[in-house]
Design a protein around this ligand. Structure first.
Ligand code: IMP
Length: 427
C-alpha cells in the first residue's frame, strides 16, 4: 500500500488535521516531516476538541504509529506537555517515535526568534516566536543540536558551547540580552533524556520497512505551500520545506515511493503573519469570514487575515506539489452570501497573469481578477453526498475543480470528523 503526502495548498490552517484524521483508520503510520510547534491542528472527535501543535494528528487514531521525522525541529518541553495532556484525557501515546536526527529547539533559539523580530521592526516576518527559524538556521549552519546528541553529555556540551559561542555575543552585544550559560541549556535538555529514550528511533529505516511490509504511510506537512522556504512568498515564509519534496528529505522516504499527494485548500483563503496576500479583504466581508470561520490562530491566537479563494495560488500549489487530489475545507463558511467571488488571475501593472508571477515584487503588486459565482443559503452541515449539496454549492466545487486542475475529492461541510462529502476515496 502507498505513501501519501498531505500538504497545505495556501498559507496554512487549511484543515490538514481533519483530512489526516479522515484517512486515519486506513493508515498505519503518520509522519510529521517539517516545522515544529509553530503548527496548529484542531481536531474535533466526539465533541472533544484537541489542539495539537507538535504531535502529528494521527496520534489520536488508535493503532496508528505517529512519527516525528528528521525534518522536524522539536521543542522538548512542548512535546512532553502535549503527551501529558493527551495521556490525562485517555489517549495512548506510547507508539510515538521520534527521529534521532531531528533537531532540538534550544531555549536560546526561542529568545533569538523573539528579539530578532522586534529588531526587524517593520521588516518583521510575523513569526510564531517559537524558535523555528533560528533552529533551522543552526541546522544549515551546522551548529544545531540533534535529539541523538542528548544521549552523550560530552558531545551535547560541546555542541551547545559551539552554538553559544557566537549567539552569546549576539545576545549581549547586539540585542542587549543576558548571555546564556552552557550548563543551564545542557541541564534542561538532559532532563528530557530518560523519557525520550523509549521513543527515539531510526525513523527513516522504520518508515521504509513499514512500506516494505505493505503498510500505508501518511506524511503530514506542517505550514503550507506558500509558506515553504523555497516555493513560498519569501521572505514571508517559515524556515522549512512544507511542500511534497520536503516530505522526502524530512522523512527519509524516497520520491519513488510516494504514490499520492493530497492538497488541502480552504474554500476561501487565510493567512497569519506578514507578507503579500492578493485576495485579502479589509472590509465587512473579511470580518464575516473571520467570525463565521472562527479564523483565529490555534498556536498564537492571532486573528487570521481573510480573503476570497485564489485559484492562481491553488494551481501553483498543484504544480509545485504534484497534487493528485484536492480536499476543500470549510465550504459551509461561505453559506449565506449572495455572490462568492473567486480570483481567477492577477493584474500586475496592467498585464494579466494566469500563473503565479515570477518575482515576489510582482506578486506583491498583484490585483485579483474576480469571477462572481452564485451563493447559497441552505445549511450544508447535514450533507454527506455531493447530490445533497445545494446546486450553487455544487457549482462552486465544480468550478474550483475546473480552475485548479486536479480532482476535488473531498468537501468539508463542518468542523466535525464526519462533516465531509467524499467524491473520490483518497486511498
Ligand atoms: P515561523 O514558522 O514561526 O518562523 O513563522 C513564519 C511565518 O509562517 C509566519 O507568517 C507565521 O505566521 C507562519 N506560520 C507558521 N506556522 C504556521 C501555521 O501552522 N499556520 C499558518 N501560518 C504559520
Amino acid at each position: 500500500m502507498p505513501a501519501i503526502v498531505i500538504v497545505g495548498a495556501q498559507w496554512g490552517d487549511e484543515g490538514k488535521g481533519k483530512a489526516t484524521d479522515l484517512l486515519g483508520s486506513r493508515v498505519d503510520v503518520v509522519v510529521k516531516f517539517n516545522g515544529g510547534n509553530n503548527a496548529g491542528h484542531t481536531v474535533v472527535i466526539d465533541d472533544q476538541k484537541y489542539a495539537l501543535h507538535l504531535l502529528p494528528s494521527g496520534i489520536l487514531t488508535p493503532g496508528v504509529v505517529p512519527v516525528i521525522g528528521n525534518g522536524v525541529v522539536v521543542d522538548l518541553g512542548v512535546l512532553f506537555e502535549e503527551i501529558d495532556d493527551l495521556e490525562v484525557r485517555g489517549v495512548d501515546t506510547s507508539r510515538l517515535r521520534v527521529s534521532a536526527n531531528a533537531h532540538v529547539i534550544a531555549s536560546y533559539n526561542r529568545t533569538l526568534d523573539k528579539v530578532t523580530e522586534r529588531f526587524l521592526g517593520s521588516r518583521r516576518i510575523g513569526t510564531t516566536g517559537r524558535g523555528i527559524g533560528p533552529t533551522y538556521a543552526d541546522k544549515m549552519n551546522r551548529i544545531g543540536v540533534r535529539i541523538e546528541d542528548l544521549f552523550d553529555t560530552e558531545v551535547l556540551t560541546a555542541k551547545v558551547e559551539g552554538a553559544l559561542d557566537v549567539k552569546n555575543q549576539l545576545l549581549a552585544k547586539v540585542y542587549n540580552r543576558r548571555a546564556v550559560a552552557v550548563e543551564e541549556v545542557v541541564e534542561e535538555l538532559v532532563s528530557y533524556r530518560d523519557r525520550l529514550a523509549a521513543m527515539v528511533s531510526d525513523t527513516g529505516l522504520l518508515l521504509n520497512q513499514a512500506l516494505d511490509r505493505g503498510e500505508t504511510v501518511l506524511l503530514e506537512a506542517g505550514q503550507a505551500t506558500l509558506l515553504d522556504v523555497d516555493h513560498g512568498t519569501y521572505p514571508f515564509v517559515t524556515s522549512s520545506s512544507a511542500t511534497a519534496g520536503g516530505a522526502c528529505t524530512g522523512s527519509g522516504i524516497p520520491p519513488t515511493r510516494i504514490d499520492r499527494v493530497v492538497g488541502i485548500v480552504k474554500a476561501y483563503t487565510t493567512r497569519v503573519g506578514e507578507g503579500p496576500f492578493p485576495t485579502e479583504l479589509h472590509d465587512d466581508s473579511g470580518e464575516h469570514l473571520r467570525k463565521t470561520g472562527m479564523e483565529y490562530g490555534t498556536t498564537t491566537g492571532r486573528p487570521r487575515r481573510c480573503g476570497w479563494f485564489d485559484a492562481v495560488v491553488a494551481r501553483y500549489a498543484a504544480r509545485v506539489n504534484g497534487v493528485t487530489d484536492f480536499v476543500v475545507t470549510k465550504l459551509d463558511v461561505l453559506t449565506g452570501l449572495e455572490q462568492v467571488p473567486v480570483c481567477v488571475a492577477y493584474d500586475v501593472d496592467g498585464v494579466r497573469h494566469d500563473e503565479m508571477p515570477m518575482t515576489q515584487a510582482e506578486f506583491a503588486r498583484a490585483v485579483p481578477v474576480y469571477e462572481e459565482l452564485p451563493g447559497w443559503w441552505e445549511d450544508l452541515s447535514h450533507c454527506r453526498s455531493f447530490d445533497e449539496l445545494p446546486k450553487a454549492a455544487q457549482e462552486y466545487v465544480l468550478t474550483l475543480e475546473r480552475m485548479c486542475g486536479p480532482r476535488l475529492s473531498v468537501v468539508g461541510v463542518g468542523p466535525g470528523r464526519d462533516h465531509v462529502v467524499v467524491r473520490h476515496d483518497l486511498v
